[in-house]
Every structure is written in structure tokens, then in C-alpha cells.
Design a protein around this ligand. Structure first.
Ligand code: ADP
Ligand code: ZN
Length: 216
């Protein structure tokens, strides 16, 4: 299965990617994590991406498309994968199609902007492994410390309130049109984000099982 997770920043793509990953035993490719890794390592790719990422803009299409192309060529992707955070523009969706990639389902996580703002302001991420937490909704066992690896939890630069509105604007302008692209191909499955993570996960798993009937 090849699955795309679509949704605003903070809609819970990463969390649902983990759920699907466990369920189907296929890897998750998060372009955000790949890019943050590149920034941390100071690679040429990271140097190109950093300023855009910090200010909440999208990284240029050709950069991200290159990252995905390399990643999906690896052995562990042979049985399928979950794309978390890609495609984020229609040009990226077209590039994926041009590579000959056949997507099975696009799960569109719908969450209102007001909820997004609340979620991102409480988000904390591990500086070591990138695991994501939330002060109210998903607190770590010990304050400020990652459950998984013990490193410190930090606020992502692009989760600063001033940047969040910009990211939402970018999402509405550049990423929302991707929904129509996949709806036209009968691949779009809409899932309303729920208050409780498990409730959203249940809907996502149901969408995965649903045969052929997509919405819109
Ligand atoms: P979120 O979904 O919370 O915004 P991500 O970790 O997916 O966070 O992405 C963080 C940043 O990385 C984005 O704001 C953008 O700058 C860059 N990025 C990630 N994926 C893409 C993509 N497919 N196209 C362009 N830029 C991307
Ligand atoms: Zn960690």
C-alpha cells in the first residue's frame, strides 16, 4: 500500500502515520523529519532548506522531490510506504505521478484552524529523536524529557505563534489544492480529526479498510 497523509501542520499526520505504520508494517517517510535531519547535519540540502523552514515557508519543490525520490528507491519501501507531509503542492503531486508512483489512498485529516493553533502552541519535540509531544494532550512521563530517548524536549522554531499563522496560510494556499488533485482520481478519503487521538486513529483505520469508496 502506498498512502499519503494530507492535512494542515499540526493536524496529527505524524501520529496517524505511526498508527498506520504499525498496522500495515510499512515505513513512514516524513519530509519534515528528513529536512530537519539535513539541517542538523549541515548538509548542502539542509543549508538550502533551513531559512524556508524556520520562517514557515515551503522548501522549493525540486529539493523536496529529490529527497522523496531517493527515499522511496530504498529496499524497505518495496512493499509500500506512508508519505507524511508530501506532496504539499500540486507540482509535487504531479512529480510523484510522473515518477510512476501509484498511490492507493490519500487520507485527508481535517482539523479547524483554531484547533491547530491551540495544538501547535503546546507542541514539544525531542531534540534527539524527533518524537512529538503536547503539554496537554500527550505529555511526556517526565516533564521536558523524551520518553523514547531521554533527551530534552524543545519548541520547534516554526511552532512560534507568529510563524504558525504563516504556515496555515501556506497550507490553505498551496497544499489544499492537492485535495482536488486526488479527489479527481478517486483517491481522497476525508477524516475529521477528533478530540481524542484514538478516535481519529479508529477513523483512519476504517478509511484504510474502506474499499473503493472515496469522498468528494
Ligand atoms: P508540519 O506538518 O507540522 O508543518 P513538517 O515537519 O511536515 O511540519 O514540515 C516542516 C517544514 O518542512 C515545512 O514548514 C516546510 O518548510 C518543510 N517541508 C516539509 N515537507 C515539505 C514539502 N513536501 N514541500 C515543501 N516543504 C516541506
Ligand atoms: Zn527522543
Amino acid at each position: 500500500m502506498k498512502i499519503i497523509l494530507l492535512g494542515a501542520p499540526g493536524a496529527g499526520k505524524g501520529t496517524q502515520a505511526e498508527v498506520i505504520c504499525k498496522h500495515l508494517n510499512i515505513p513512514t517517510i516524513s519530509t519534515g523529519n528528513c529536512l530537519r535531519e539535513a539541517v542538523k547535519n549541515g548538509s548542502p540540502l539542509g543549508l538550502r532548506a533551513k531559512a524556508d523552514m524556520d520562517s514557515g515557508r515551503l522548501v522549493p519543490d525540486d529539493v523536496v522531490i529529490g529527497v522523496v525520490k531517493d527515499r522511496i528507491a530504498k529496499d524497505d519501501c518495496a512493499k509500500g510506504y506512508i508519505l507524511d507531509g508530501f506532496p504539499r503542492t500540486v507540482a509535487q503531486a504531479e512529480a510523484l505521478e510522473a515518477m510512476g508512483v501509484e498511490i492507493d489512498k490519500v487520507i485527508d485529516l481535517e482539523v479547524p484552524d483554531e484547533t491547530i493553533k491551540r495544538r501547535l502552541s503546546g507542541r514539544r519535540v525531542c531534540e534527539g529523536c524527533g518524537a512529538s509531544y503536547h503539554l496537554d494532550f500527550k505529555p511526556p512521563k517526565q516533564e521536558g524529557v523524551c520518553d523514547a530517548c531521554g533527551r530534552a524536549l524543545i519548541i520547534r522554531r516554526d511552532d512560534e505563534p507568529a510563524t504558525v499563522q504563516d504556515r496555515l496560510d501556506v497550507y490553505h494556499r498551496q497544499t489544499e489544492p492537492v485535495k482536488a488533485f486526488y479527489a479527481a482520481r478517486g483517491k481522497l478519503y476525508r477524516v475529521e480529526g477528533q478530540e481524542q487521538v484514538e478516535d481519529t486513529s479508529a477513523l483512519v483505520l476504517k478509511a484504510l479498510e474502506a474499499g473503493g469508496i472515496s469522498e468528494e
